[in-house]
Design a protein around this ligand. Structure first.
Ligand SMILES: [Zn+2]
Length: 655
């Protein structure tokens, strides 16, 4: 039997017994291996056994899958069990029933019967990659449909989208090898790149989708890894640019927004019936209608019934896939601080957005650095003070605003990085390194601390001396991004529905809900209210003492979780006005960008959101983003959400 993988190339479907091994990478760091074997049985049916395992920052991530197929690769039976990332598990099975028309589908403990479409494949998430190899072979042998149903996902809207993206010529021990590059969408949230060689074998995969970057390359092709990364980055940028030309702004150039209640982000009283004039990407004028006239002939957006605010800041992004761009804008985020990713990818995204061709928030980058060795995060290392200074120089040259310290950096290296970063006009954020306390890390030069844990623990440990600890952070102008919503998600008792505290979860596509929905803690071990209340009390004490708090998500539910983070601060006792300020002008100030952005004032960048209702009266109204303006271009969040698979948050008012 033959299968056509490209128009010109016919290859044997399978050898009698086929196998392969791939090196797995996490943020380009080799972390594990995937092996697979395909066996052919006497009746011509095939079975894929795939096993995938990596160790990542001290956690094991194992996943195995079995897939039995008819001779034409139509699935008969599929099972996948394990993990796809530290907090996320996979436990799915599909069994085609004897009638051949239906299947028994199990996801976790839920089982259902599904009618089988004429063409379909069985797959669950991005791993193991060799299941995607079989998906591509099936697709090639079944008419290359633009959309291919997949189980256990339930149609509609969950079909895989496969395209041939191009060819890559690589070398294996001096011998040229031609790879075909596929863009595979909607197996996980976003698009991945998978390569097959001339024999149809899995050559590699780069997943800038569904989480932090994960890569695989067939072990004999390892030297080609940097080349494959470049191809995948280029494809994703092409796709982001295509979305940028497909989704056109509702308004740009010169326009005014009139009639909304204005919260300008400075902390000043609200202005009812305000007028904001936007011209060439900047705010030309803002104030009460009695003071600011709409220039004659200028298009006016009716803001009655809505509140106009500065665009929000996401201070703990891991912008590891292009889909974050539209998702953030749709949620009202117009600036995002990236807290560490792959250098090639993140600088390319930033530049594409900056050029105006890519849809997304303005990106401010923090350059990740960790010690070398296993269990490390990424491949940007510093083991000595000199290496630390070299990392600062490299990131500075690439336009990064900050350094992001990771957990295994040594104290003397941290001090050298901080001194050099400050000398270069950069700031230092990150994790408190292992073996150090938050106060020691600040003493060594850290300006900001990511995640609440280390600061909270320091304050708790001090007991009666907590005032002194808080004063220390205040004296050092330490900035904290607590990432509480992420903690809430990971700590949620498994019997509590995520949508009950994060309504955005109910709007998310299957590719996200099926993954994020597995995060949580057994109900008996989940954090109790008392623990939350204590964290809230410490957060409130820090804020009241004048320690800048900035809001970040560390991912969670794209876009939406920033709102949850802010809601938790309101629960902690901050006023809605205080929370809006810290998420706008406060973040701009700590990033030293308050001269250009962060408030609704003449001369500032036109980064604005128009929300239905009034978040000072009902804080949840902040989620109801009706319009977002980024650098003077106004977009419809409903269209942006849709472009990345989400359902819309608000039904828009008539124009
Ligand atoms: Zn992070």
């Amino acid at each position: 039997m033959l299968i056509l993988l490209t128009a010109t190339l016919a290859v044997p479907l399978l050898a009698a017994d086929e196998h392969g091994a791939l090196t797995l990478y996490f943020l380009q760091l080799p972390v594990g291996e995937e092996t697979y074997r395909v066996t052919t049985e006497a009746d011509g049916s095939l079975t894929l056994h795939a096993s995938f395992e990596y160790a990542e920052r001290g956690s094991r991530v194992p996943l195995s899958a079995t897939l039995r197929m008819k001779p034409d690769l139509t699935p008969l039976q599929f099972e996948a069990k394990g993990k796809s990332y530290r907090p996320f598990s996979v436990d799915a099975a599909v069994q085609v029933n004897p009638d051949g028309l239906t299947a028994t589908v199990r996801e976790g403990e839920k089982t259902r019967q599904a009618a089988l479409p004429a063409r379909f494949f069985t797959i669950s998430g991005y791993a193991p990659f060799s299941v995607q190899m079989m998906l591509l072979r099936y697709w090639a042998g079944h008419g290359k449909p633009a959309r291919l149903a997949q189980l256990p996902a339930e149609a509609p809207g969950t079909e895989a989208q496969i395209e041939v993206a191009g060819q890559d010529a690589i070398e294996e021990s001096g011998r040229p090898v031609r790879l075909t590059r596929y863009s595979v969408g909607n197996v996980v949230w976003g698009r991945e790149t998978i390569w097959l060689n001339e024999s149809g074998e899995l050559a590699g995969g780069v997943s800038y989708a569904g989480g932090l970057p994960l890569e695989a390359i067939r072990t004999e092709y390892r030297p080609a890894f940097p080349q494959l990364i470049r191809s995948a980055v280029a494809d994703r940028m092409k796709e982001l640019a295509a979305e940028g030309s497909r989704i056109q702004p509702l308004a740009k150039g010169e326009f005014a927004i009139a009639g909304a209640t204005l919260i300008d982000g400075t902390g000043a009283a609200t202005v009812p019936d305000a007028v904001v004039v936007v011209r060439d990407g900047k705010i030309a004028a803002a104030g009460a209608r009695s003071q600011v006239a709409v220039p004659k002939g200028m298009p006016v957006i009716d803001g009655r019934g809505a509140t106009l605010l500065p665009g929000l800041w996401e201070m703990h992004a891991h912008f590891a896939q292009v889909e974050w761009g539209p998702a953030y804008l749709a949620a009202g985020v117009t600036t995002a601080r990236d807290c560490g990713g792959e250098f090639e990818f993140i600088t390319s995204v930033r530049d594409l957005i900056e050029s105006g061709r890519g849809l997304g928030p303005h990106l401010v980058l923090a350059g990740l650095v960790d010690r070398s060795g296993t269990g490390t995060f990424g491949v940007n290392w510093a083991d000595t003070p000199a290496q630390g200074r070299a990392q600062v120089a490299r990131y500075k040259a690439a336009g990064f605003a900050q350094m992001k310290i990771y957990s295994r950096i040594q104290p003397d290296v941290l001090a050298a990085i901080a001194t050099e970063a400050h000398r270069q006009g950069m700031t230092v954020t990150g994790h408190v390194p292992e073996g150090m306390t938050a106060m020691q890390a600040v003493e060594a030069g850290m300006d900001q601390i990511n995640h609440f844990g280390p600061v909270y623990q320091e304050v708790r440990r001090a007991g009666d001396g907590r005032e002194r600890v808080i004063q220390f952070f205040k004296d050092h102008h330490t900035v904290v991004d607590p990432t509480m919503a992420w903690g809430e998600l990971l700590g949620r008792p498994m019997n509590v529905d995520i949508a009950s505290f994060e309504p955005g979860f109910a709007k998310a596509p299957y590719t996200l809900t099926s993954v994020i929905g597995t995060a949580g803690t057994p109900a008996a071990n989940a954090p109790q209210n008392a623990r939350w209340n204590d964290q809230f009390a410490v957060l409130h004490a820090l804020y009241t003492a004048g320690i800048p708090i900035v809001a970040g998500t560390d991912k969670a539910v794209p876009g939406h979780s920033l709102h949850r983070e802010l809601e938790l601060y309101v629960q902690a006792g901050l006023t809605p006005m205080e929370v809006i300020q810290l998420a706008t002008s406060g973040a701009a100030k700590v990033m030293r960008m308050d001269g250009e952005v962060g408030t609704v004032e003449a001369g500032k960048r036109a980064d604005l959101i128009l929300v239905q209702g009034n978040p000072l009266e009902n804080f949840a109204d902040l989620r109801k983003v009706m319009r977002v303006v980024t650098k003077g271009r106004m977009y419809d969040p409903a269209e942006l959400w849709k472009s990345v698979g989400f359902r819309s948050v608000v039904s828009l008012l008539a124009p």
